[in-house]
Design a protein around this ligand. Structure first.
Ligand SMILES: Nc1ncnc2c1ncn2[C@@H]1O[C@H](COP(=O)(O)OP(=O)(O)O)[C@@H](O)[C@H]1O
Ligand SMILES: N[C@@H](CCC(=O)OP(=O)(O)O)C(=O)O
Length: 377
């Protein structure tokens, strides 16, 4: 893929995760940089007006809390770090809310931990809530729930969190804003002659040898976690951009296709990557037998699977698990993540979706499997 076409494709993409690191946000530790946040908020609001959905993964809670508490050095004790995160996070979100408010844009705070993304039910719930927020025009502001997580369940750095969020919402782009102008062949602080990598495949093994750790004492991962994040994001087909966040109008410029920073691309095209990712990560827990109308709707019209088209089911499964869809002859035609437990699915199969509330007492989704979560075989 040549550089011009891949940059131009960025301009056409519709859902972005923007990750902003601690060093940038806190102006190298000197409190929350309100002017910079105001500026990014203006640019993100402009993207929203162009029809691009944006989720923000923001670091800076610990650094902002340290500043508010008057601490000069990052504490060693986990409880002090967590206390700093609690003080800093509420301040950070307040600054974001004010900044986006200037552009008539709503924000929503979301704090995630590892369980939210590894437990299928919580994963789907987080995904539905975030997608609802996007449809309401709000910008979700996401951070790790630092105040309660323990080391064993920590994402560790927000580059990884940004990539997992990109997987969660099937973002087209993960834009990592940092204090370097992109990925260089070597840390430019060690070697000023190092060259900027403009474009590469995320899985290129040479990238790992180029990327070093963080020096600021504020950021956690340096370039190493950014390269790994690009590899994770690529699994669901997202492209990753690593760009210097203090350049003028940086978000709008990369969204317009300008050649800034480093672009790391997935190997496969987006849909293929996403389907591979879905297919590869889960075990099949049950089987849905479709009637001919449902088989046609899935195969020929690319539709979601509604309960009305399911004639029967086998196995015990829970919301969010992978099930196989077979036709009347027993041939497997698709696999997908199911929206209801088997005990609920058995009550609603063969029924129209407007009867779900009457049959179950509530309704999470109209579809048994949404087409975004369905792989045709
Ligand atoms: N090959 C490299 N190219 C560019 N920067 C690098 C490289 N290797 C290490 N770094 C360091 O990574 C830092 C950015 O990561 P980090 O401090 O974790 O920032 P953030 O807070 O934005 O996540 C840069 O300031 C730079 O010193
Ligand atoms: N959740 C932490 C983020 C730590 C982190 O990953 O920082 P960074 O490497 O600057 O993105 C905080 O808000 O302080």
């Amino acid at each position: 893929m040549d550089s011009i076409s891949s940059r131009q494709q960025l301009a056409a993409s519709k859902r972005w995760v923007v990750k902003i690191g601690s060093a940038l946000l806190t102006d190298n530790g000197r409190g929350v940089n309100r002017a910079a946040i105001q500026n990014w908020a203006g640019q993100i609001s402009a993207l929203r007006r162009q029809g691009i959905e944006v989720l923000l993964v923001s670091s800076g809670a610990v650094a902002a809390g340290m500043d508010r508490l008057g601490w000069r050095k990052r504490p060693e004790s986990i409880h002090q770090l967590q206390a700093a995160a609690a003080v800093g996070q509420s301040h950070l979100v307040q600054v974001y809310e004010h900044a986006f408010g200037q552009f008539d844009c709503r924000t929503a705070q979301i704090l995630l931990d590892h369980d939210d993304l590894s437990n299928r039910t919580r994963y789907l719930n987080a995904r539905s809530t975030i997608k609802t927020l996007l449809s309401l025009g709000a910008v979700p502001i996401i951070n790790e729930n630092d105040t309660v997580v323990t080391d064993e369940i920590r994402f560790g750095d927000n580059d990884t969190l940004g990539a997992l969020v990109a997987n969660l919402v099937e973002a087209d782009v993960l834009l990592i804003l940092t204090d370097a102008d992109g990925l260089f062949t070597q840390d430019p602080r060690d070697n000023p002659a190092a060259e900027l990598v403009r474009e590469a495949t995320a899985t290129d093994p040479r990238l790992v040898t180029m990327a070093g750790g963080s020096r600021s004492g504020l950021g956690r991962g340096g370039m190493a976690t950014k390269v790994r994040a690009a590899q994770l994001a690529a699994r669901s087909g997202a492209r990753t951009l690593i760009v210097g966040g203090s350049a003028d109008s940086v978000i709008e410029r990369v969204a317009a296709g300008e050649d800034l920073g480093t672009l790391l691309l997935p190997e496969a095209d987006r849909l293929t990557a996403r389907k591979r990712w879905l297919a590869g990560q889960l075990q099949v827990r049950g089987k849905l037998v479709l009637d001919t109308g449902a088989e046609r709707a899935l195969r020929e019209q690319g539709k979601s699977l509604l309960p009305v088209g399911v004639a029967g089911l086998e196995g015990r499964f829970y919301r969010g698990e992978l099930v196989s869809c077979v036709n009347g002859a027993g041939e497997e035609i698709a696999r997908g993540l199911v929206n209801y437990d088997s005990t609920e699915a058995v009550k609603i199969c063969g029924q129209p979706s407007d009867r779900i509330v009457e049959l179950l007492g509530y309704r999470d989704d109209d579809e048994l499997i949404h087409r975004d979560n369905l792989i045709l075989l």
